[in-house]
Design a protein around this ligand. Sequence first.
Ligand code: ATP
Ligand code: MG
Length: 481
Amino acid sequence: MVDGKQEGGAKDEGDREVGRSGTIVPLLANLLVVDDDESVRYMLAHLLGREGYSVTAVDGADGALAELNAHRFDVVLCDVRMPGMDGLDLLGRILGEHPDTTVIMMSAYGSVDQALAAIKAGAYDYISKPFKKDEVVFVLRKAEERELLRRENRRLRDWLGRDVGVGELVGESPVMQAVFKTIRKVAEYKTTALITGESGTGKELAARSIHSLSAERNGAFVAINCGAIPEHLLESELFGHRKGAFTHAVRDKNGLFVEADGGTLFLDEIGELPLGLQVKLLRVLQEGMVRRLGDTKTIKVDARIIAATARDLPAMVRQGTFRDDLYYRLAVLPIEMPPLRKHREDIPLLVEHFREKIGKQMGRTMPTVGAAAIKALVEYAWPGNVRELENTIHHAVVMAEGDVITPADFPEKLQTEKPSAVEYDLASAGLSIKKATRVIEARLIRQALEQTKGNRTQAAKLLEISHRALLYKMKEYGVDL
Ligand SMILES: Nc1ncnc2c1ncn2[C@@H]1O[C@H](COP(=O)(O)OP(=O)(O)OP(=O)(O)O)[C@@H](O)[C@H]1O
Ligand SMILES: [Mg+2]
């Protein structure tokens, strides 16, 4: 047996690399030569070794199978006629056990028919003996090209099958991927979820996604906006009532908890739920039972509760307008929907998604969105988040004259309002003067330090605060220059 193994450099997916000896390491570098003729083994090991291949050579099928089980080979160069198991049978074994391997047959004069049969059986190609070095290398290069195509196909398939959303929510950004992960977890276990986020960030869509992924997906998805119904109606809406429980209760009514039994109850704008009802809700969550107004007995309900809010519930808890026990009960698995300005990289994907969605609604082909338009969309601040983006695309589709949407098809504000970083932060501060002040202070300090090239004494003068106060605030806001 001749072993012509050559040193090769590390091989990278899809790329050739320069080996230690300075030769280019081929994409399919690990070769196994199977031939009973020692001179053929010797020649191939040396020829191909010099070309950067790593060659192992064996004299028959048994040795080949043993090598294949012990090491990974990209290509097997296999003689057609050998004593013992012949090349065709060996080919069958190789393709059965190592289907990714490329097999090239080598046929001597008179065995071309068998070589052709081998190709039918799945060999990649054949070369006739006696062969020249160039011929062998040429066939190997061809096999490499096919391998590159194969890998490209695999990459494309992976890309097409990539995970760009759950339910109708789309997003590729790390923040959205993290959201999807939590959504899948929540769906898997029957637990309560609290979805927070600014208006238009997809809170309701997230709740629907949880429902559609969960075991309760065949049950009802019942949504109620706690802020839209007066307190006295909200109570009977949620919990139901018996006939005669109050003046207008002319017949028995099941509440939404009962309607959502076996499904999901989505309590939107939970922050608007009056304190009295918060207590009742907590009791239902703890006991899994509801009692209709005016009823003496309780009904068992089995609904998943998902609450959502755009408000700062912890702040409400501190102010005493939201019960802490209910908050902790709901917030076991919090899902925070990020504002769109925090995942701008999703904008192109969202735009495509809405083009398709709107196209289906309108039943016509959609204009494409030009590069300048995409740029304008990516740069805008999106105070109304994804909903505003969706409306903007809708607007543009209606306005567009040709086949391509241009920035002129967007509302004025997209072209004029180019928000600065402070404005992004300010938007996330909501109406809190305290938060907004911090954002502005941090920004002014940064500016002052930039202007004075990091001279803190001068910066403090510009800011009209003491040197000590500056150092303190820099530490507090994490400003470093
Ligand atoms: N990630 C997303 N992918 C696709 N569509 C989205 C996404 N986020 C939001 N949308 C779309 O944006 C619109 C607003 O979403 P949704 O109603 O879920 O937001 P919300 O957070 O509940 O808003 P609000 O607080 O105002 O009620 C919907 O039309 C929804 O389909
Ligand atoms: Mg909503």
